[in-house]
Design a protein. Structure first.
Lengths: 109, 169
């Protein structure tokens, strides 16, 4: 199967590294500057996806299957994380009536 | 430029623009919708890298399950307020500087990887990324982690149900 070579032959691996670094940076920026807890979760998903994309790119360029299996496990963990995280968020919202992270500061030194 | 390069730049453009919209849009519902667009662009990237199985799983898990969960929580909690207060300006400036430094560090660290990759690209003829190949690896080499992840799912399910009960005593 020659598809991989033909498809990605014109694209340097560095392009994927730039795109993934930018996606990860945007996600981290969102975690820092937003105050809504649910948007924070979405930004964490963005960061996870940037890492996944880079793993798949490395795996395809190296011709090694293991990277794609790692991505599979990362997706499983991400799904579990979102389920538990949103349950925690609902519980916090029920107790504090807000999802603003600046109001939820009882653990802040 | 070949057709795959055009597809690559188009998908990257869509992914980055919609990722920026996730961060900078005012209403959380628009953030979720932009995030779905980002996920589809990333699934396109997976197809371009001929990881068909992961592209399908990505669409099913992220666009199908996680986004529904997000939208459901936003609508249930009625969080769709336009006027979310911003953080203090000096925190935003510090964040932008820190993210710039982080990206420079990431790119500087990772860009050496290209020296290794093209020499091995000739090995890539086994059709990796198909369901058949990934299934062989997943059920031989990674069988134990695969089974352990089912325990993770079970505990996550129990945790989510327990946390969302009305009276936690």
């Amino acid at each position: 199967m020659q598809d991989v070579q033909v498809l990605i032959s014109g694209i340097p691996l560095n392009n994927y590294i730039y795109i993934c670094a930018a996606l990860f940076g945007i996600g981290a920026l969102g975690v820092m500057i937003r105050r809504n807890a649910i948007v924070l979760f979405m930004c964490i998903e963005l960061m996870l996806n940037a890492v996944n994309l880079l793993l798949v790119a490395f795996s395809s360029y190296l011709g090694d299957n293991s990277g794609q299996v790692f991505v599979f496990f990362i997706m499983a963990v991400a799904a579990a994380e979102v389920a538990v995280g949103l349950a925690i968020l609902i519980m916090v919202y029920r107790n504090a009536q807000t999802s603003d992270t600046e109001v939820l500061n009882q653990l802040k030194w | 430029m070949s057709i795959s390069q055009y597809i690559f730049w188009f998908l990257s453009f869509v992914a980055l623009i919609s990722a920026l919209m996730v961060v900078f849009s005012k209403s959380p519902v628009y953030s979720v919708l932009s995030l779905i667009m980002t996920f589809f662009a990333i699934a396109g990237h997976y197809l371009l890298l001929s990881a068909q199985f992961l592209a399908a799983v990505h669409i099913i898990v992220y666009a199908g399950a996680i986004m529904v969960l997000f939208l459901y929580v936003i609508m249930m909690l009625n969080l769709n307020k336009e006027a979310e207060p911003h953080k203090k300006p000096y925190i935003q400036i510090i964040s932008f500087v820190a993210i710039g430094l982080l990206m420079v560090t990431l790119i500087g660290t990772l860009k050496e990887a290209e020296a290794i990759a093209p020499s091995n690209i000739a090995n890539n003829v086994g059709g990796i990324g198909t369901v058949e190949q990934l299934g062989k690896v997943l059920f031989n080499q990674f069988l134990l982690p695969f089974e352990i992840s089912s325990i993770l799912f079970l505990s996550a399910m129990v945790g989510a149900v327990y946390l969302s009960k009305k009276n936690l005593q």
